[in-house]
Design a protein around this ligand. Sequence first.
Ligand code: WQD
Length: 365
Amino acid sequence: MTVLVTGGAGYIGSHTCVELLNDGHEIVVIDNFSNSHPESLKRVKEITGKTFHTYPIDLLDKEGLERIFLEYEITSVVHFAGLKAVGESVSEPLWYYRNNVIGTIILCEVMKRNNVKNLVFSSSATVYGEPDAVPIPEGSLLKTTNPYGRTKHMIEEILRDLHVADPDWSIALLRYFNPIGAHESGKIGEAPQGTPNNLLPYISQVAVGQLDELKVFGNDYETQDGTGVRDYIHVVDLSIGHVKALVKVKNEKGVHTYNLGTGRGYSVLEMVKAFEKASGQQISYTILGRRPGDIPVCFADTRKAFEELGWRAERGINEMCADAWRWQWRNPEGYPSIETDKQTSLEKESTKFFVPPKQEKVLNE
Ligand code: WQD
């Protein structure tokens, strides 16, 4: 009775592994480590005191996926693996469609062949585009404005068609608003590669001295201080939402779509103030023009997740910023890169990783 977590070494994936393990689930993780760190999974084990196996498998590797379903009694899949940078998707659309859409199709083909039909999918509020009204309910018109958002929208439609063709499928589509923060231990957190695109990791890198100052993209929006408003949600609340969605898909077939947000919006400048309060650091910033593709205001209607999953976000903005700061000052460079000798052994092990379980090499023990 194992849950397969794809992309489990990522920011939201690793936090969800913690909550799944804390909830008593057996898990197995696959990740291609293209935008994540094996170290995060080592720390998941430290936090929970539990162990699990990890395989360096890309979703496009159908053979590799098949072997996971052969080695483990997979009952459900929580699917995070995917590329997620809006700007990058505009310059590299084929890479995004291939990785996100074709990768998910391959995953579903392998699930179908192994008669595994419980799926929790990591979707995004980006499928709403610029909303007609806020708060945004799940039934809103979907208006994606970039290839990344279109991959999420396409996958949602593919999964709906899959259920129409075979009503035995039970699927939760979780539309994330803006996940921020970190586990209270400060051991795992957001570790973007290169310069962060997103607001919170950028602010926390300014606070810890990795970056000079924040660039605020526009202060002429029709909001209380002119800067963009978003629904920031603590990554631990978001992760607990996945555990609740897993119960739902186990008990009820169908396609269940939920906003995972707090229902409250904060502006960029409010976030700067909240982070300064939580960290005791001054965040210097300059106001620039609007970032292309940004929308003025976005926050969730959260009633459906509460009514149907019994879930709502519990952690407020101060806790989000305090937890984000603890992760950042304890890990100013993010996760350590693997030392060369470990890297070699990691590569060595990964080529042998399909030895039978008793002699199996585990990537990150
Ligand atoms: C938030 C606000 C910016 C950076 C993106 C993706 C979305 C989802 C979450 C995956 C906006 C402002 C930001 C900076 C700034 N990801 N900002 N200076 O754009 O709401 O959503 O991440 O699912 O798909 O689109 O998040 O953190 O980039 O921006 O002023 O350096 O902060 O203008 O108002 P966004 P964000």
